[in-house]
Design a protein around this ligand. Structure first.
Ligand SMILES: CSC[C@@H](O)[C@@H](O)C(=O)COP(=O)(O)O
Ligand SMILES: [Zn+2]
Length: 210
């Protein structure tokens, strides 16, 4: 992999991180982001664990391999949830994967956990997922949140299939992907818009009841 590619990918991910940070989408150091830099063997840049993701520094990301291990010796620790990003790259054509915790995605994940998914239909913004048919349905699976990360990563992997662009983790957050940073960010913004709209409408029409 060329140094220039790595620099460009770093810049792209840092810019996405800034944009999500401007939306206050990294409360309490939560959230992790990654971008693929090589396919074969898989290598990707991932956020260092436990950092204040609102800050932009030269130590925000590190390069990891197909086993989520740092490629070079470093004092930085890859995100605790790096394995989820690895699964996304293994099972999809994603070039970028984003994970955030918001009030809306947490509330939706709890309200619909028993159903195992939430669906959206007749909403203009599902077009952000390339769903253009009048009656198209966007499905968002919801998984439990085991503390053991390999278990969590396996639950995520089980729900990844065609036309799934993100998975909600119960009372935790969402993991979203796209073919590149632009598309992953577009998907994330669209998901959060749909969640917020759904919750606002539910309050108006049902007083918050299901
Ligand atoms: C500090 S709460 C959030 C963490 O437990 C985790 O879910 C998270 O999103 C960030 O972990 P990180 O290891 O910094 O990538
Ligand atoms: Zn998290």
């Amino acid at each position: 992999m060329k140094t220039l590619d790595l620099k460009n990918r770093w810049q792209e991910l840092a810019d996405v991180k800034d944009a999500l940070g401007a939306r206050n989408w990294f409360p309490g150091t939560s959230g992790n982001l990654s971008i693929k830099v090589s396919d074969d063997p898989l290598e990707f840049l991932v956020t260092a664990s436990g950092k204040d993701k609102y800050q932009r520094t030269d130590e925000d990301f590190l390069l990891v391999d197909q086993h989520s291990q740092p490629v070079e010796q470093t004092g930085l620790k890859p995100s605790a949830e790096t394995l989820l990003h690895q699964k996304v790259y293994e099972l999809t054509d994603a070039g970028c994967s984003l994970h955030i915790h918001t009030v809306s995605n947490n509330v939706i994940s709890e309200l619909y956990a028993e159903k195992g998914e939430i669906t959206f239909q007749h909403q203009e913004l599902i077009k952000a997922f390339n769903l253009w048919e009048e009656d198209a349905v966007l499905r968002v699976p919801i998984i439990e949140n085991p503390a053991h990360i390999p278990d969590l990563a396996n639950l995520l992997a089980e729900r990844i299939e065609e036309n799934i662009f993100g998975v909600l983790i119960r009372n935790h957050g969402i993991t979203v992907w796209g073919r590149n940073a632009f598309e992953a960010k577009k998907h994330l913004e669209a998901f959060e818009f749909l969640f917020e709209t759904h919750l606002a409408l539910r309050l108006q029409t049902q007083g918050g009841r299901s």
